[in-house]
Design a protein around this ligand. Structure first.
Ligand code: MEV
Length: 315
């Protein structure tokens, strides 16, 4: 038996970190994907491989600890083996064109694709059920995860997301382009979220006031999107970046990238956990090429991303 699924990367347009504390965020799935193929095997083992490495989990040894970035995927696979009383094991192959550890949701997309691919060996789950499994996988590494990244990867498009109330798809027909520039500084989302939590503990009033401001900003953003006002959206991005600077997730390289991108685009900000990773810049047809050229002239790796409307695909 064989089953394949693929899921897209994401960018957070507005609200990273604050979303962990129940503030609404806005995310967009983008056209970079991870593909996962699973096959059933006779031996009671879970074997997972990708270009980044491999793990073998012998299921007859319940005490074996998985110390690998593949832990969430192994957890999802084991849960499904138990759920469907599968007597044997699984071989899972991951191939991805999403850069990892730079804020584009590679691990979340992989959780979604693993849940879609492995469940497809046994049944046909709804996207909602697959998302639930993907979030449980992510929680094995980082209990307080918001679920925003896995949600947009499952459903695709542009969504607004709240940890408590879930997601709503936004019907956006604004003609914009996103330029994504990669600092090539990898990060651990979990560590940066913990650092923000420290900031919150030591600066509770400042953090509370930022949460309120971010909430108001997201409402403003929805208006700018509906009015197709790219100028305002760019300003909204710069404002969001100020909040991200305050909570301490920026650094000199990111600030340099942002200042280059801000010269020609409508506005730019960090996307995802920060502390490295990527920035996004908002452009249209007219200023896209210049923004890319300026970033490249300064030796920053960048590309223009398209919106992915498919989300999770199973086949
Ligand atoms: C990471 O892509 C986004 C964060 O807001 C964490 C989360 O939402 O769980 C930093």
């Amino acid at each position: 038996m064989k089953s394949t699924a693929s899921a897209p990367a994401k960018v957070i347009l507005f609200g990273e970190h604050f979303v962990v504390y129940d503030i609404k965020s806005i995310l967009c799935a983008i056209d970079k994907r991870v593909k996962v193929t699973s096959t059933t095997t006779d031996e009671k083992k879970i074997f997972i491989k990708s270009s980044m490495g491999q793990i073998l989990w012998d299921l007859s040894n319940p005490k074996q600890e998985i110390k690998s970035s593949f832990k969430p995927f192994a957890h999802i696979a084991k849960k499904l083996i138990d759920e469907f009383n599968h007597e044997g094991g699984l071989e899972i192959t991951i191939s991805s064109d999403i850069p990892s550890g730079v804020g584009l949701g590679s691990s979340s997309a992989c959780c979604v694709a693993v849940a879609g691919s492995v469940s497809g060996l046994f049944t046909k789950y709804s996207k909602e059920k697959i998302l639930e499994l993907a979030i449980q996988g992510e929680q094995t590494v980082f209990e307080n995860v918001s679920g925003a990244d896995t949600t947009v990867s499952t459903f695709g498009g542009i969504i607004e997301y709240n940890k408590k109330t879930g997601y709503t798809k936004l019907d956006v027909d604004t003609d914009f382009h996103l330029i994504i520039a990669n600092s090539k500084q990898t990060h651990s989302t979990h560590k940066i979220v913990s650092k923000v939590n420290e900031f919150k503990k030591n600066n509770s009033e400042v953090f509370l006031s930022l949460c309120k401001k971010e909430s108001e900003l997201v409402e403003q953003v929805k208006k700018s999107l509906a009015e197709k006002d790219l100028q305002s959206l760019g300003e909204n991005m710069k404002t969001n970046q100020e909040y991200l600077e305050t909570i301490g997730i920026s650094n000199d390289k990111l600030r340099l990238m942002l200042s280059v991108a801000n010269k020609t685009s409508f506005g730019a900000k960090i996307t995802g956990a920060g502390g490295g990773g990527c920035i996004i810049a908002l452009t249209d047809e007219a200023n896209m090429e210049n923004t890319i050229k300026d970033l490249q002239k300064n030796n920053f790796d960048c590309f223009s991303a398209k919106i992915d409307t498919r989300g999770l695909d199973t086949f």
